[in-house]
Ligand binder design. Structure first.
Ligand code: BGC
Length: 268
């Protein structure tokens, strides 16, 4: 029997009570990691993810924290250390949308999205990086001292009218990821992003939950299928494992080709 690729590693997945985060948590656990399943509000969702992991023979705990609040982030890391001693993998996944036309967008909508999607990633990555540096490489577990995976979006490069706050947050995540990558590489910390395209989750259900909406959405996806959360879960396992050891400071788009500007297939 081969050893699971994340055997004995500890992972924290933020925003893991539903959608992409839940799939990533389940996938990392199936690959051998012990997983902290973070949630902001839905303890029910997080407990269901923990149950699914345990039923499959894995280890997980649910941890409440709003990632945009520094004291809550610090307490979340304390809970991870109490449960599992350290951390090896951070998946900075928590994120939200609060859509509005540009001129109607309130400062509150702007701040809510930047606070969770960008500041939250900073706060969590900072705590994880401190522990990775303190502990260093444990060769039996991984070639790297730690792995940070930022959940970005195709909208780190594709502008998005009606979603300026969200696109700005993901553009920010791109340079946060790259700058952390530059700064932390000498500590053997790997930093990368995943850029999902349209994945069937609660965040975008209006875009796929009727046949008409789904047909419209498929115009933007050359591969002609809307993604599912486990498409991202599988990518996260690879990026967290030594299989991708030399991958650093980059965004892996998992988008069925959405970033290929499909409008240009017949125009331009
Ligand atoms: C957004 C989704 C959207 C997708 C593709 C994601 O980052 O959260 O709402 O469907 O990008 O546009």
């Amino acid at each position: 029997m081969t050893t699971p690729v994340l055997q004995d590693q500890v992972a924290l997945v933020t925003g893991a009570s539903s959608g992409i985060g839940a799939a990533v948590a389940v996938a990392l656990a199936a690959a051998g990691a012990k997983v902290g399943v973070n949630y902001a509000r839905s303890s029910k969702g997080a407990e269901a993810v923990v149950d699914e992991i345990k039923t499959a023979g894995g280890e997980a705990i649910a941890i409440q924290a709003d990632v945009s609040k520094e004291d809550q982030v610090l307490s979340m890391f304390e809970q991870i250390y109490q449960a599992y001693g350290t951390i090896d993998i951070l998946v900075n996944n928590a994120g939200l949308q609060q859509d509005s036309s540009f001129t109607e967008m309130t400062l509150e909508q702007w701040n809510n999205v930047i606070d969770v999607n960008l500041t939250g990633q900073f706060l969590c990555a900072r705590e994880a990086a401190k522990e990775f540096i303190r502990r260093g490489v444990v060769p039996q577990k991984s070639c790297s001292a730690g792995k940070i995976i930022c959940m970005s979006s195709v909208h780190e490069v594709i502008p998005w009218a009606g979603h300026c706050n969200y696109a700005a947050s993901k553009g920010g995540v791109m340079l946060l990821m790259k700058s952390m990558g530059q700064e932390l590489a000498s500590h053997k910390i790997r930093v990368n992003s995943i850029g999902p395209g349209a994945i069937k989750t609660p965040i975008n259900q209006d875009a796929w939950n009727t046949p008409e909406a789904e047909a419209d959405l498929l115009n933007l996806i050359p591969y002609n299928r809307v993604g599912v959360p486990m498409d991202i879960g599988k990518a996260a396992v690879w990026l967290a494992s030594d299989q991708s050891e030399y991958v650093h400071g980059t965004t892996l788009f998992v988008d069925g080709g959405m970033t290929l500007y499909p409008g240009f297939a017949t125009g331009g």
